[in-house]
Structures are given as structure tokens and as C-alpha cells.
Write a protein that binds this ligand. Structure first.
Ligand SMILES: Nc1ncnc2c1ncn2[C@@H]1O[C@H](COP(=O)(O)OP(=O)(O)OP(=O)(O)O)[C@@H](O)[C@H]1O
Length: 256
């Protein structure tokens, strides 16, 4: 198996809080990979360390055989990232943002124009291309961020919650674009809380909880005997029969 991403002994602490507790991961190339886990599991921290945005306390990360923290410039040229929170250049239009990203990636101007026009069209942003990013909706921001991450045709694409705030029609389009991209041998790693989405999109899944990897492997293996990934997930993270808020007896209709 060729690895797109290889993580060894990765640790990150924030003061007393251990966010990532020594994880090992081999993510296969050419797959659609889902990273799932409850709130605070350490997904964003892991993706930030893997993509060269946050320095690990310990451990190493290789992407397509290159050490991320030894040669970050080389690795960053080969990956695309849609980070959490998505800080974009708000006073540029969508079109200008893509032009800027493309030139920053070293693409010739004419090629940037060609690719930007195609991406804006496919992602249904052509009508809003001259609007400032600050005036974009949440879903439009995700889509322009995705376009910027894809523009230089990276080998591995990392997406933190790419479908959050995206309408169903756009989600279907994004799916199509990403499926086409992985079919050509590229790798997508994305984090999500939406199990149905992960189940329908991914070939390969890693489940994280409390800073550790609880299971990882092909979707069928991780799901095991469970009827759905959601059920397997609840078992893996030990959330079955958890507090459903029965003690919130003041909440709801009736006497006040
Ligand atoms: N900059 C930071 N300073 C202090 N603590 C942090 C920081 N970033 C993350 N943490 C803590 O590390 C843990 C993991 O956070 P992380 O954002 O990686 O989780 P996540 O799996 O992405 O969660 P979510 O699904 O809610 O986005 C949490 O307990 C969080 O409070």
C-alpha cells in the first residue's frame, strides 16, 4: 500500500490539555478518507500538524514520502488545504482571491484565469465572482476556499468540515468534483461529524476520540458488524446510552 500520509507518534499539548496523544496513522493514496470523532477529539489539531500549520510537540509526518516539518515548502506545494475557520482575504472578490492563490502557487496568469473560470463555473460561483469575499455566505466561503485549495491540482487535499453550511445542490457538486479528483489517483482527507456523509463518500475511515485513534481502516472493517457507521462510531467512542439530558426537567412546554 502506498501511503499518501504517514503519521508517527504525533503529540500535541496545550498546557494541561492533551489534544493529540501519540497517534500513528497510515493513510493510503488515491482514497477518499474520512477523519471522524466527537467535539474536541483532536481532529483539527491533527490536521493542522499534518499540513504544516501547527508544530507538533513530538512525532513526525510524511506526505507522499516527504517530511512535512523538515521540508515544509516542498510539501506545501504538493498539498491543498481547506482549514477550519477559513481565514480568507475578505476585501478581495472571489475571482481576485483565486487569481492571488494561483499566482502564489507559481502558476502562469493565463492558466490561473482558465482554471479559476472553470472552478467558479462548476461550483456555481460565477455569478458572485466579482463580489467581495466578506459578503459571501458560509457555504460560498467554503466553496471559494475549496476552489483555492484545488487550483494548483495538489496530490493530497485536506478539508476540515468541507460540507458545513453548504446547501444540498452544492454538496452534490463538491462530491462530484472530489470523486473525479480521487479517481485520478489523488487523495482527499476530510474531517466531518456527519456519519451518513462519511459512510457514503469514504473508502477509508479513521475514528478519533480523546486525542487517540480508536479505529482506522477500510470503511467496511471499521463499521464491522454494526448496521451503520453511526452505530459503530457510538460504540467506538463509548457514547452509547450516554446522558440524553433527562435531568433537564425544566426544559420544554407545560408549567413555567
Ligand atoms: N489553541 C488551543 N489552545 C488550547 N486548547 C486547544 C487549542 N486548540 C485545541 N485545543 C484543545 O484541544 C482539544 C482538541 O481540539 P480540536 O479542535 O483538535 O478537536 P476537534 O476534534 O477538531 O473538535 P471539533 O469537532 O469540535 O471541531 C480540545 O480539548 C480543545 O479544547
Amino acid at each position: 500500500m502506498t501511503s499518501a500520509v504517514s503519521v508517527r507518534g504525533l503529540w500535541k499539548r496545550f498546557g494541561q490539555q492533551v489534544a493529540v496523544a501519540g497517534i500513528d496513522l497510515e493513510l493510503p493514496a488515491g482514497k477518499f478518507i474520512g477523519l471522524v470523532g466527537p467535539n474536541g477529539a483532536g481532529k483539527t489539531t491533527t490536521l493542522s500538524m499534518v499540513t504544516g500549520l501547527l508544530r507538533p510537540d513530538q512525532g513526525s509526518v510524511e506526505i507522499v514520502g516527504q517530511d512535512v516539518w523538515r521540508d515544509p515548502v516542498n510539501v506545501k506545494a504538493r498539498i491543498g488545504v481547506l482549514p477550519e475557520g477559513l481565514r480568507l482575504f475578505e476585501r478581495l472578490s472571489g475571482r481576485e482571491l483565486l487569481a492571488y492563490s494561483g499566482r502564489l502557487r507559481g502558476l502562469p496568469g493565463a492558466e490561473v484565469d482558465r482554471r479559476a473560470a472553470q472552478l467558479l463555473d462548476v461550483l456555481d460561483l460565477a455569478g458572485a465572482q466579482h463580489k467581495l469575499v466578506v459578503d459571501y455566505s458560509t457555504g460560498m466561503r467554503k466553496k471559494i476556499g475549496l476552489a483555492a485549495a484545488l487550483l494548483h491540482n495538489p496530490e493530497v487535499l485536506f478539508l476540515d468540515e468541507p460540507f458545513e453550511g453548504v446547501d444540498p445542490v452544492s454538496a452534490q457538486t463538491i462530491r462530484g468534483v472530489l470523486e473525479r479528483y480521487t479517481a485520478s489517483g489523488a487523495t482527499v482527507v476530510f474531517s466531518s461529524h456527519v456519519m451518513e456523509l462519511v459512510e457514503s463518500l469514504c473508502d477509508w475511515v479513521a475514528v478519533m476520540a480523546a486525542g487517540r485513534i480508536r479505529a482506522h481502516g477500510p470503511l467496511d472493517e471499521v463499521r464491522g458488524g454494526a448496521p451503520s457507521l453511526q452505530r459503530a462510531f457510538l460504540e467506538l467512542v463509548g457514547a452509547q446510552g450516554q446522558n440524553t439530558g433527562a435531568n433537564l426537567d425544566w426544559l420544554g412546554g407545560g408549567a413555567r
